[in-house]
Ligand binder design. Structure first.
Ligand code: SPV
Ligand code: MG
Length: 431
């Protein structure tokens, strides 16, 4: 009896999967792999049903003889475990990032013997509708809100990238890379006050009002499913911040980060070059406690951001504040620095982790950008935010294009650096 293998990365079995099953079954004993959560979220979207449920759905298919867990998107482990004579996969993996998986399978078949069978992938109206429904479910506030906490359970380091409109939201949502046998994508989105303000041509001084910031969140949420971390600046007056928490929770935002500054807030990357005042520990702790009191769900997180290193108040001050804010109810700590060397950030993380094993640590490596994700993990960091790189890469490209059109009195000279219109169109989903 020959062994046939196919793998499913799905929350539901539809006619397309059944076609693959029927095709595969003809070749011998059918083993089906179910992708683990860890592998699934690096390569596909977040599962809408849990792993046990996904296993159950596949086990219940009568044609399936055996079910195994596929822990890695590449097939090396599968070949070691079951030595398949046939691998069956829909023919839709021949281009895009999935091509790397196909190449991995072809390589393993060449080494071990065996054949690849690629039935035509089914994508009709009914499959599309099922797909749309699952995506829409992920975007619903009650599902999206808790996803940051879920991500932290599954991912050793959650990666967020800055978004400030629907288009950047789509980039965060859809960008997937296959690199050295691994797939990766961003887990969450950061609505930065700096970039949200800059996109509106305004300074980052809490000038863009809450309604406008919520509008940005809504634009992003309308076209994405990933969890949102909101930059709440100082949170404003406590009496106002409590309302902000309610609004964000209702919208399905997963976390708000507020910084311990008071008075006119300026961007942290100015450091002590501009006048900025840090809030008192007690005053800021009270703001956190008041917000935790009004929070309605278990899902939402209020993360306290410490500006002691930015304002050169020293490590002891930063640590004292971190413990005080956790005591006041903060669900996480963000520590910020504008030094190019990551030393002070790492020292903070190490010392904080010695006393506090669980409270999530968030960092924003804009200036200390030499640090790798691997190193951050080793020092106990849970969330890394790439806070402004999308905006900063788009701006110079746009200015150069504007200058060149003025210089050449036509647009031909800029054409080869422009995204083809048909690619933009494929980025945007049609209902
Ligand atoms: C932001 O992105 O708005 C931030 C991070 O608050 S930073 O600009 O580094 O202060
Ligand atoms: Mg900010």
């Amino acid at each position: 009896m020959k062994t046939v293998y196919t793998c499913f990365c799905t929350d539901t079995i539809h006619e397309g999967h059944m076609k693959i099953i029927h095709c595969a079954k003809q070749y011998g004993e059918l083993v089906v792999g179910v992708l683990s959560d860890q592998a699934m979220i690096r390569y596909n979207r977040f599962p809408t049903v849990d792993f046990e449920q996904r296993l159950k759905i596949v086990r219940e298919i009568p044609e399936v003889d055996r079910v195994i867990v596929q822990h890695d998107i590449m097939y090396d482990q599968v070949f070691q475990e079951i030595h398949p004579d046939y691998v069956v996969h829909g023919d839709n993996w021949k281009s895009g990032p999935t091509e790397a998986i196909r190449n991995n399978v072809l390589h393993l078949l060449e080494q071990n013997g065996g054949e690849l069978i690629e039935p035509v992938y089914t994508y009709n109206e009914s499959v599309k509708r099922i797909d749309d429904k699952l995506r829409e479910k992920l975007a619903m506030p009650e599902y999206r809100r808790k996803r940051l906490r879920q991500m932290m359970e599954i991912r050793s380091l959650v990666k967020a990238i800055e978004v400030h409109n629907g288009l950047t939201g789509l980039i965060a949502e859809k960008t997937i890379v296959a690199n050295e046998g691994e797939f990766d994508q961003f887990d969450a989105m950061w609505i930065s006050s700096l970039c949200d303000s800059t996109a509106k041509g305004k300074p980052d001084i809490e000038l863009v009002d809450a309604t406008s910031r919520y509008r940005t969140i809504d634009d992003v949420m309308e076209v994405t499913t990933k969890p949102v971390i909101f930059d709440g600046d100082t949170g404003g007056m406590t009496e106002h911040f409590v309302y902000m928490v309610r609004t964000l929770e209702r919208m399905g935002v997963s976390a708000v980060i507020i910084e311990d500054k008071t008075g006119l807030k300026k961007n942290s990357l100015f450091g002590t070059e501009v006048r900025q005042t840090q809030a008192g520990i007690e005053e800021f702790s009270e703001k956190i406690a008041a917000a935790k009191k009004v929070q309605l769900t278990e899902d939402f997180m209020i993360i306290a951001r410490i500006e002691s290193l930015i304002l050169e108040q020293g490590m002891e001050d930063a640590l004292t504040r971190a413990h005080a804010y956790v005591e006041a109810g903060a669900d996480g700590i963000m520590i910020h620095s504008r030094r190019e060397e990551p030393d002070e950030i790492l020292e903070f993380c190490d010392r904080f982790r010695k006393e506090n094993k669980n409270t999530p640590i968030v960092v924003v490596p804009s200036s200390f950008n030499v640090i790798t994700e691997e190193e951050l993990k080793k020092h106990g960091v849970n969330i890394v935010i790439y806070a402004n790189q999308l905006m900063r890469s788009a701006f110079p490209a746009m200015v150069q294009t504007a200058k060149d059109i003025l210089t050449y009195h036509r647009a031909k000279e800029v054409d080869d650096r422009l995204m083809p219109i048909n690619q933009i169109i494929t980025l945007i989903d049609e209902l």
